[in-house]
Design a protein around this ligand. Sequence first.
Ligand SMILES: [Zn+2]
Length: 487
Amino acid sequence: MNRESPNLRQIRPRRFSRIAALCLIAVAALICQSAVNLPCAMANQQQLEWKAGIASVVITPDQPMWMSGYAARTKPSEGKIHDLHAKALALEDAWGGKLVILTLDLLGITREMRDWLEKEVGRRYQLPPEALLINASHTHSGPVLHKPSESIYGDSFYGMSAEQIERSRDYTEKLLPKLADLIGEALKKPAPARLAYTHARAGFAMNRRWRLEQGYQISPNPDGPVDHDVPVLRVEDPEGKLKALVFGYACHNTTLSQYEFCGDYAGFAQEYVEQDHPGVTAFFIEGCGGDQNPYPRHGDQALRYCKDHGRALANAVESALIPRARPVAGPIRAVLDTVTLDFAEPPTREQLNEQAKSKNKYERRHAEILLDELERNGKIRTTYPYPIQVVQFGDDLTIVALAGEVVVDYSLRLKNELKGRTLWVAGYSNDVFGYLPSLRVLNEGGYEGGEAMRYTELPGPFAPSVETRVIDKVHELVKSLQTLKLN
Ligand SMILES: [Zn+2]
């Protein structure tokens, strides 16, 4: 991490930085309503005119590094199955409004990284924070990214050596400017484009949460909730030639558990889509797959399963290209805000002192971290500033980008409650801090319900208000963008 990188800070709401541009649109809409048809047609045509810049960079570490996602690994990486990529898609509507989608074949992105990038691309390219959407594929076959807190607590989460911690710091420090350059590259080569949306389905994700059946704990759960939607945004040139395909799926990238770098099924899906469509850049956006795993997975045949899942997803993207494309119009309206989430009552000092004696090293480490926080601040934090981003493309597509490892209940609920609009719900966006359970998952408990908080620096679990707070905020933000509708 760059020494000058800002400390954790709340992403400030900057809702209508493009108010002037949107006012112009509103005026244009009023002219349209005055029974003059020609300007209407012109405005509609204008709404379909986009510019798109596409850039991609390899981010595979060039030396062995500790790999993220599984605590059980005992040694650094040994080579790669294929390269990891960062990709940037810069979209610009007819009024100059911008959106950059940055996708990463990595486990996550920390708030510190998001803050640094947001500030850097704001300074270098005047890109407002709400116009930057960052999503990580959550591959468990990528490098460990450095967190400033790792050095505070000495023993790293993964039990990495000092040398490995240093490599992780070095990789992260070099990655950030690379990502800023990548965004600049995409912004600097806008070409005329058209956007269109369709979707398909893929079935390899299953709910991974344990359930009790005839006295046995069983996972996965073929009857548990899933979201098999594969949303696909097509970017074409004015002649209809495909330039980029952005697609999503709600499922952990955990088919593999070996020691070679790999984007897991999402890496293969991107690879296959690009092979099937030479000249096209494929982008993967991780959905609300917090409680979803790809099956089958792990074991001797893991690589074959991984390629099969990648092919299944690439085939779903191909299927989404069969129906006639539904054009996606501008303008882009975007909002980035935070909602305050409450944690449940934190443990007392006595409870933490007891937990610090645990035989489980993660429980012990978590207790030490919270005791340290108690020592330094006199209290343990009770809230989390949770970022939510909503991007509206004309009246044609709404992307809700949620932070953290979001369980599938959120996308299912939002799609149900926002029926009538084409909704794309992404998880793992902008700040991958840990799990975001629904009230159901919180009440059921287990790993995603709160247990996994022991692998973070947060007290956890969340308070029962968590789901309502997030859902209400999404509705509020969606409404806030509607108030400036064209007609
Ligand atoms: Zn996960």
